[in-house]
Design a protein around this ligand. Structure first.
Ligand code: NAD
Ligand code: DAU
Length: 366
């Protein structure tokens, strides 16, 4: 039995991990610590809150005394650290929050874990600090380059990527210097339920439903390696169970797509859904063009993201060989599930639009 602290558990991947874990390990204790920034959503964890093994704590990872108290009082033996500022565009317009949460916040958590697990409990574990990181720390690839592997040198290009790289180094240093039992996973782009609609896939779906432009940065030929979020959660669970501590694992989908092709695919799938289900037209009356199978007309090329990485791709060999990890979901099924989730869960995303996300998006593109 494990007793987990999940930071950022009201965000996209964190909440998917919460539901994954509660299902797979129904007897474990799960405590979520989340500051509920614009990207955190208490509604996402409502169902989990009905489970007596689950506890939601509204708080900041920078609050070291709070984290120490949780580790001590709840006797937590595992930290799964998702909490972060995660959107590259926001890191370009306002990097400070990224430094504060991703670097200083991660360090604060490490200090708390060291204090409680190594000092107070004298290392009488097993304990595990699992740090959730990104492939963006490796920088960018050309079309013919070999995918990122665990010993690809770090070369982060955005303030977001640099802040994640810095946090990875701190986690590693706490293992080497103090013997904190850590693991790190560096994953490629996730998609699936509960993703905040500023990221490419949910933004495209929701803008199309409102007959709004679908913004494509630059020429749209940048490549990302997409992984269904549940497969990321499974991968994290496998890394957390790896016997050897201090190890990093890359997790990816072996599923490279140009941005323009992803957006075009979503347009076509939406057209198909509207053609088959006339009730959708009355639920989303602004999506007029979708009836005529013309949502591709909404695609709008706009100025490129500064420092935009051209290609990400993961070499999953280590995770395959050491952990036996393979993604379960195909992209064909995962993208349809995701689309249907957004169509079926308007009450989840509608308040986010009303709370100002669209104003932020509009400022960004004008
Ligand atoms: P997200 O932005 O959807 O969620 C982040 C969560 O962290 C939110 O609930 C937010 O309220 C919380 N949070 C932010 N600052 C906090 C603080 N100071 N204290 C406590 N909570 C705070 O992010 P996501 O997409 O779910 O990403 C989760 C993690 O996975 C991040 O570390 C990210 O770098 C990493 N990652 C994301 C992807 C991806 O494709 N989304 C891919 C690889 C790695
Ligand atoms: O690779 C892992 C990373 O994936 C994570 O570490 C980040 O937290 C996560 O946000 C994601 O970063 P990206 O920048 O790749 O994701 P985003 O959804 O913002 O953009 C995906 C691609 O689509 C990217 O090349 C930029 C482009 N894009 C994005 C948006 C929002 C567009 O062309 N138009 C858009 O409107």
């Amino acid at each position: 039995m494990r007793r987990l602290l999940i930071t950022g558990g009201a965000g996209f991947i964190g909440v998917n991990f919460v539901y994954y874990w509660l299902k797979e390990h129904p007897d474990d204790r799960v405590v979520v610590l989340d500051a509920l920034t614009y990207a955190g959503n208490r509604e996402s964890v409502r169902e989990a809150e009905r489970n007596p093994h689950f506890q939601f704590v509204h708080g900041n990872i920078l609050n070291q005394p709070l984290v120490e108290q949780l580790l001590r009082d709840e006797q937590l033996d595992t930290i799964v650290h998702f909490a972060a500022e995660s959107h590259v565009d926001r890191s370009i317009t306002g990097p400070d929050a990224f430094i504060e949460t991703n670097i200083v916040g991660t360090h604060s958590l490490l200090k708390a874990a060291r204090q409680i697990w190594l000092e107070e409990r004298k290392g009488a574990g097993p304990f595990r600090f699992h740090h959730v990181s990104t492939d963006e720390v490796y920088g960018t690839l050309g079309r013919g380059d070999a995918p990122f592997c665990e010993d690809t040198p770090y070369a982060p290009n955005s303030p977001y990527a640099a802040s994640k790289a810095s946090s990875d180094h701190l986690v590693r240093a706490y293992h080497e210097t103090y013997g904190l039992p850590v693991s790190i996973s560096n994953c490629s782009n996730n998609y699936g339920p509960f993703q905040f609609p500023e990221k490419l896939i949910p933004l495209t779906i929701i803008n199309a439903l409102h007959n709004k432009p679908l913004p494509i940065y630059g020429d749209g030929k940048q490549i990302r390696d997409w992984l269904y979020v549940r497969d990321h959660c499974r991968g994290i669970a496998m890394v957390m169970d790896a016997e050897q501590t201090g190890e990093c694992f890359n997790i990816g989908g072996i599923n490279e797509w140009e941005n323009i092709d992803i957006v075009t695919l979503i347009c076509d799938l939406l057209d198909e859904r509207f053609a088959k289900n006339p009730a959708l037209a009355s639920r989303f009356p602004l999506a007029t063009k979708l009836h005529a199978g013309k949502s591709r007309d909404l695609i709008t090329f706009i100025k490129d993201r500064p420092g935009h990485d051209r290609r990400y791709a993961i070499d999953p060999t280590k995770a395959q060989k050491v952990l036996g990890y393979e993604p379960d979901e195909t992209f064909a099924s995962g993208i349809r599930k995701t689309l249907d989730w957004y169509l079926d869960n308007e009450p989840w995303w509608r308040p986010l639009l009303d709370a100002g996300y669209s104003e932020w998006i509009a400022r960004q593109y004008n």
